[in-house]
Design a protein around this ligand. Structure first.
Ligand code: PLP
Length: 398
């Protein structure tokens, strides 16, 4: 039995079976490459599901985290600490928001965003029967509040009963949103680019239309930037491209680059009527270790101008994928934004993913027939070329 087979057997015996895992045991990383327990090398175009933006074995990042471990890891939010001070200022600067709450994950950030919207509406009219408009095919997380605003019904099916206060509109269809608005609507929540639902960027007129509707009707606009934010689309946050600003936004994934960290943030005007002492909390959320990671991530984003790098290389990545699409009839469409790209197929994505793994390339899916490419944001032209050549070979063999 190989080392990998041994680990797989143990995990399959003791871990709760909530994932169908690929038969690969990853052991270490270097730049844009990962190595398995048997030392096979993989070019990584998955980045731990759009998390590891700055590359593996990043010395400055590792040192910053180690320094914080040696200083203090956790204190609770009953006291102030220096990394949290810096992280709050840094996050508000890069997001354009005024107030932030740090969480441990994306789903927890969504919980905070939804609670903030409900509390805001409660402060305004004293009632607790408000509605939220979410979208079909959206994904916002697995905890109960985040699950209720997740549009994919099959994620929710077994876990009811639900509050019934969430309505689902069609993404990129403003009329379907208008049809659901009532005097009880307190928020509209959407991903600026839908991720798990298949990589669908919002159309400019749709996002702008929602902003206008929200302004006219006094409804809060919540943008989920957990997957599409932190540079992935060639903007620090994807909403910048549309010239709109949400009232509340969420972040996670690349925010901590592997150290569990998320955030929900809002404008001062929203914060004034939202959460107050006693309304919300988290034992771990924004602890010194997580905030040290967030600070180093933001420092490197700014110093290395990661956003400009993504912007500059987006045409190269899109060009490579378009070339594949023009050569292989199993590819029906390329779509996406920046380094968040999809290839829609007429065959199961799992076939291509397995072929790519055999050739040393990690890619993932976003739906049964959609390949998702969310590489580390530091990839270079050479990596894109390598990815293209491997996928070319895989498609040829299918
Ligand atoms: N929101 C979006 C857009 C996501 O893509 C995800 C995770 O894939 C989440 C929320 C949930 O984040 P987490 O898995 O960190 O709870």
């Amino acid at each position: 039995m190989s080392k990998s087979e041994k680990y797989i057997e143990t995990c399959d015996k003791y871990l709760l079976h909530t994932y169908n895992r690929y038969q690969i045991v990853l052991e270490r990383g270097e730049g844009v490459y990962l190595y398995d327990a048997d030392q096979k090398k993989y070019l990584d175009f998955a980045a731990g599901i759009a998390v590891f933006a700055l590359g593996y074995g990043n010395k400055d990042f590792n040192e910053a985290v180690k320094r914080q471990i040696d200083s203090v890891i956790h204190t609770s939010n009953l006291y102030y600490n220096e990394p949290a001070a810096a992280a709050s200022e840094n996050f508000c600067r890069i997001s354009g928001m005024d107030r932030v709450f740090f969480t441990n994950s994306g789903t927890e950030a969504i919980e905070g965003a939804v609670k903030s919207a409900r509390k805001y509406a409660f402060t305004e009219d004293g009632s607790a029967d408000h509605e939220i408009i979410a979208f079909e095919h959206s994904f916002h997380g697995r905890s109960m509040g985040a699950l209720e605003v997740t549009g994919n019904a099959h994620y929710r099916e077994a876990f009811g009963p639900w509050t019934g206060s969430v309505k689902y509109a069609e993404y990129n269809d403003l009329e379907s949103v208008k049809a659901l608005i009532s005097e009880k609507t307190c928020a509209i929540i959407l991903e600026t680019v839908q991720g798990e639902g298949g990589i669908y960027p919002a159309k400019p007129e749709f996002i702008k239309g929602i902003r206008k509707l929200c302004d006219e009707k006094g409804i809060l606009m919540i943008l989920d930037e957990i997957q599409c934010g932190m540079g992935r689309t060639g903007h620090m946050f994807a909403y910048e491209a549309y010239g709109v600003k949400p009232d509340i936004m969420t972040s996670a994934k690349a925010l901590g680059c592997g150290i569990p960290a998320g955030a929900f943030a809002m404008t001062e005007k929203t914060a004034e009527k939202a959460l107050k002492p006693g309304d919300h909390g988290s034992t771990y959320g924004g602890n010194p270790l997580a905030c040290a990671a967030v600070n180093e991530v933001i420092r490197q984003f700014e110093e290395r101008d990661i956003v400009s790098h993504v912007k500059a290389l987006t045409p190269v990545l899109e060009g490579a994928l378009d070339e594949l699409a023009s050569k292989h009839s199993h590819i029906l469409e390329r779509r996406g934004s920046g380094f968040m790209q999809a290839l829609e197929l007429d065959i199961p994505a799992s076939e291509v993913i397995a072929g790519a793994q055999a050739e040393g390339l990690l890619i993932i899916s976003a739906g049964a027939k959609v390949l998702r490419l969310v590489p580390p944001l530091i990839i270079e032209e050479e990596d894109i070329d390598n990815m293209k050549n491997i996928l070319d070979k895989v498609f040829k063999s299918i």
